[in-house]
Design a protein around this ligand. Structure first.
Ligand SMILES: [Zn+2]
Ligand SMILES: [Zn+2]
Length: 50
């Protein structure tokens, strides 16, 4: 589970491979399987998850 700064909690899945995304400080959201950074809009507040 990831927690956004607005308080929204969610599990976010990589669209490419279906792996759960992780959050790393500075790098932001990334997929541990693809190794790619991913831009996600928070469903809770509608802002970019960074
Ligand atoms: Zn992936
Ligand atoms: Zn949010």
């Amino acid at each position: 589970m990831l927690r956004h700064s607005c308080g929204y909690n969610s599990k976010i899945i990589c669209k490419k491979c279906g792996t759960e995304l992780l959050y790393r400080e500075r790098a932001g959201l990334y997929c541990p399987a693809c190794g790619r950074r991913v831009s996600v809009i928070c469903p809770g507040c509608g802002k970019v998850w960074d």
